[in-house]
Design a binder for this molecule. Sequence first.
Ligand code: GTP
Ligand code: SPV
Ligand code: MN
Length: 601
Amino acid sequence: MNNPAPAIFPPNGIGDARPTNQAVLDWVHEIATLTEPENIFWCDGSDRENEFLIAESLKQNVLIKLNQEKIPHSYLHRSDPNDVARVEQFTFVCTPTKEEAGPTNNWSEPKQTYAKLRGLLKGAMRGRTMFVIPYMMGPADSPLSKIGFEITDSKYVVLNMRIMTRMGEIAVKRLGNDPNAEWNRGVHSLLDINAERRFICHFPQDNAIISVGSGYGGNVLLSKKCLALRIGSYLARTQGWLAEHMLILGVESPEGKKHYVAAAFPSACGKTNFAMLIPPRHFEGWKVTTVGDDIAWMQVRDGRLYAINPENGYFGVVPGTSCKSNPNAMRAISHDTLYTNVALADDGDVWWEGKDGDPPQHAIDWRGNDWTPASKEKAAHPNSRFTTPMRNNPALDPDVEKGEGVPISAIIFGGRRSDTVPLVYESFNWAHGVYLGATMASETTAAATGAVGRVRRDPMAMLPFCGYNIGDYFQHWLDMGKRLTNPPLIFNVNWFRKGVKGQFLWPGFGENMRVLKWIIDRCDGTGGALQSPIGWLPSPHDLDLAELDIDHKCVAEILGIDHEEWQRELAAHKEFFDSLGGVVPEQLLEQREQLAARFLE
Ligand code: GTP
Ligand code: SPV
Ligand code: MN
C-alpha cells in the first residue's frame, strides 16, 4: 500500500455513519485507494450533517444563500456553463457485447472502459473529500425498492441526493450484512469538469455506474437516470418488472372513486406539470394527487400493474413554472429547495423566464453575469432546475409510501409534436398500445445537450434511458402484457400541437384535466369515442369542454387526424424500425402493417 488510509472527516461524529456490509467497505476501500482523497465522509443523511455541508458549501461558493425570508432554507448553485444538461453523446452502456446494448445506445467494451475510467480516476480526489452516500430507491417496505451507494467528490451531489433519495441509515439497514446482497455501485468524480473527459458509463451486469467530468444533475445524481432507469430497466427485464420514465398520478372523483395513471413523456415535455395538475374550476370536487413526477417502477400483482415512485424528491424544470401553470410546484419550491442555474435578483430572490410578476430591473444571470430585462441572453438557463423534497408538494398522494404501489388504470404516452398527433387517442389493445409507445416521437428539448426542436423517435420516452437492446425492451413490454389479466388501457396525448400561426392550439396545464377525465371515463367504460385508423378518438362532445374559452375550429383541429400527415408519419415509423436493424419484434411490425391497412379501408 503506497498511500495511508484517508482520514475520516470531519472528526466530530458528523459524517461517520459507516455501513457494516463488508462488500461495501471493500469497494469503498478500493475506490479510495484509486482516487486518493484527503479524507472520507460517510454520509448519514441527518439534519446536522446537512447543515454542516450547507455551511461548507456556502464558504466554498458551491452554494449561494438566497433571501431566507422569501425562500427559507433555499440556495442557488451555478454549474459550469459547459455543463448544464445530460450528455447523451458521452453516455455509454457497457455490456459484454454490442448487441446487448442494442442500436440505440452508445456501447463501449467493459474491460477497456473500466481501464480508461480507472486512468481518469487515479488520484482524482487528491486534496478533496470523498463522500460515501448510502441510499434507497422506493418505500422502505416495498419489494421493488433498491439500494445504491454513490461515492462522489461533490457536496452538491450529496445535498441533492439527500432530497432525491431516502438517504443514510434507512438504506444501510435495508442492505444488511449479506455479502451477496444486490446493491448498486456508483462512482462519481467531477475531475476538472471538462467536456473532453466527461463519461457517464453503465455496467448493467455488474450493477455499476461510473460518471466523471460533470457536476450536472442527470449526469451525477446516479440514483436517477443511471440507476432508476438505465440499470433499473436492465434489472427489470431480468426480474420481470418495468422501470419507466413515467410520472404517476392519482385522480379522484367528487364521489371518491380513484384511479391512478402513469405517463411517459420525454424530458421537458410536461411530466412534472401533469403530475401536479390542479383541475380547473369546472371540475370542482375532483382531486389530482402526485405519486411521482419522473420515474415509475411497476410490477404485476394479481394480474394488475402496480407502480411505485422510487424517488423522494423532484428535480424539475424551472422556466415556465408559475402560479398560473403550476401552483403546486410554486408552493413546493417556496422553501427548502436547491435551485440550479436560475437568475439571482438583487434582493436575493430567484428569477426565471415565465415566473409570475415583472422581471427584476437587475439580476445576475445563470452564468454569473449582469442581466437586465433589456438583455438578449436568458436570465435562467432553459434547463435550470429545482430540487425539492416530495413532502413539499401540497398535492402529494397519501399512498406514496405504500410498498406494493398503486394500481395503474391507464398508461399514457406523449410527446411534443407541432403537427400530426391529435390531443388524445386510445389504443385498440395492449400490443397496439406498445406500438404507440414504441413509435412515439418528440421535438428535442434543452434537457439534453444538442439541437432543440428536432423531431426524433423516443420510444416510451426511454431512448436515452433504456439500458439494453431496445428490441428486447419492446419484447419485454409485449410479454408483460401477457401477464396482465386486467391491463391498464393505453393512450397517447399531445399537448403541443400548433396552429398555422405557430401558437399552441390547446391551453394545456390544468386544462389537461379535460383529457384526463376522458381517459378515466374510458377506463370506467362510460366515455364515448370514434373508431379511427390510429385508434379510438374522442369527438368534440366526448370531451368535457364546458367553461373553456376555446375556438370550436381549434377543437376540431386538435382532435382530428390529417391523412397526408399520417402517411408521412407511417413512413417515419417504418424508417425508425428499419434503422434499428432487425431487432423490432414481429408483433410490432405487424402492428405497423395493420395501421397502414386501416388507412386504406
Ligand atoms: P423532465 O424533468 O426533464 O423529465 O421534464 P418533465 O417531463 O417533467 O417536463 P415539465 O413538466 O417540467 O415541463 C417542461 C416544460 O414544458 C415546461 O417549460 C412547461 O412549462 C412546459 N409544459 C408542461 N406542460 C405543458 C402543457 O400542458 N402545455 C404546454 N404548452 N407546455 C407545457
Ligand atoms: C430528464 O432529462 O428527463 C430529467 C432531468 O428528468 S435529468 O435528471 O437531468 O436527467
Ligand atoms: Mn425526466
